[in-house]
Design a protein around this ligand. Structure first.
Ligand code: AMP
Length: 307
């Protein structure tokens, strides 16, 4: 990374005033490193493999050039049947909502020109079908629900010009390989493909080699990685919860994320923490979408201390 790229503005990267002005409103004063490195190449139409975590600003890195392409081409598939031009594939419902939210916020002032739809499982398919009626410019999708919508003819993928695979490592580790291959087979040969992943196990590298055409490679550490402190506590099994509760109380930790290895363990731990006066909620695959959204909102607002 050179100082020059660090200091570049969004306009220096080649973004048009319609987008630069919107970023000013959103108070994005400077591009993040992944944005500085990726945006010019993506605007040039290059394929890209990016090593970047959530928090690096990768959503804007891939979506701003897509928005620019739509604006410059001045055409909208939304007016031409049930096609989509730009497909962003993500591994989870939450990420689909979050990415679509960001894309919509970057194009809020252009909402009569650019139509973005999020589709994901765990919620009723009908509103999503309705939203797709007449096609759209950008879809942010989880693989399974996208295939359901393709098989019911709610959307066609044969006009896709850009494919983004976001969090490719999680997509493959969550077992989406089969769905992903089905989707790839439905896409046109000629397209721009951007693959982002936090880690590069063999599966991801193989996928990138198979999918990308002479890609630009951008590898960056996320901002969080350098500020994260890791500590190990050696305790007896029966004392884990007591130590955890003690640490949370002693340090007055707010917005604490705890990862456990099973849904049951998750439920038990939350109950035990609640008994000790700590507001804890669970978040796992057995929870419906409504509950998941409520819990996340509570966690974000600080009402829920431990997730
Ligand atoms: P992401 O890694 O794409 O999930 O982005 C992480 C967060 O950083 C999101 O809340 C973005 O809105 C925010 N963000 C992305 N790029 C910038 C920027 N250049 N300046 C300020 N905030 C940003």
């Amino acid at each position: 990374m050179t100082d020059k790229t660090q200091q570049a503005t969004f306009a220096d990267l080649g973004l048009i005033p319609a987008l630069v002005e919107r970023l000013e409103v959103l108070e994005y004063s400077q591009p993040t490193p992944i944005q500085s490195h990726a945006i010019p190449h993506v605007l040039d139409g290059r394929d890209m493999v990016g090593g970047a975590n959530t928090g690096s600003g990768k959503t804007a890195a891939f979506s701003l050039p897509i928005l620019q392409k739509i604006l410059q081409q001045g055409e909208s598939n939304a007016r031409r049947g049930n096609f989509v031009s730009h497909l962003i594939l993500v591994p989870t419902r939450e990420l689909a909502s979050q990415v679509a939210y960001n894309v919509k916020s970057y194009s809020y002032h252009l909402r009569d020109k650019i139509k973005t739809v999020a589709v994901f499982g765990g919620v009723s398919v009908n509103p999503q079908m309705q939203a797709l009626r007449g096609g759209c410019d950008i879809i942010v999708a989880t693989p399974g629900r996208l295939l359901d919508l393709v098989s019911s003819n709610a959307i066609k993928l044969d006009q896709v010009k850009t494919l983004v695979l976001d969090e490719a490592d999680r997509m493959l580790s969550l077992g989406f390989t089969e769905e992903l291959n089905k989707i790839l087979a439905l896409l046109p040969e000629k397209k721009q493909t951007l693959l982002f992943s936090a880690t590069f196990p063999d599966k991801v590298t193989t996928l990138a080699q198979h999918l990308l055409n002479d890609p630009v490679e951008v590898q960056l550490q996320s901002a969080e990685a350098s500020t994260l402190v890791q500590r190990v506590f050696s305790v007896n099994k029966g004392e884990k919860t007591a130590v955890l509760a003690h640490l949370i109380k002693q340090h007055q930790w707010r917005q604490t994320l705890i990862f456990v290895n099973a849904k049951n363990a998750c439920n038990h731990l939350a109950q035990k923490l609640s008994k000790r006066g700590i507001t804890a909620e669970v978040f796992h695959g057995d929870k419906g979408q409504g509950a998941r959204t409520r819990v996340l909102e509570g966690f974000k607002s600080g009402e829920i201390q431990v997730l």
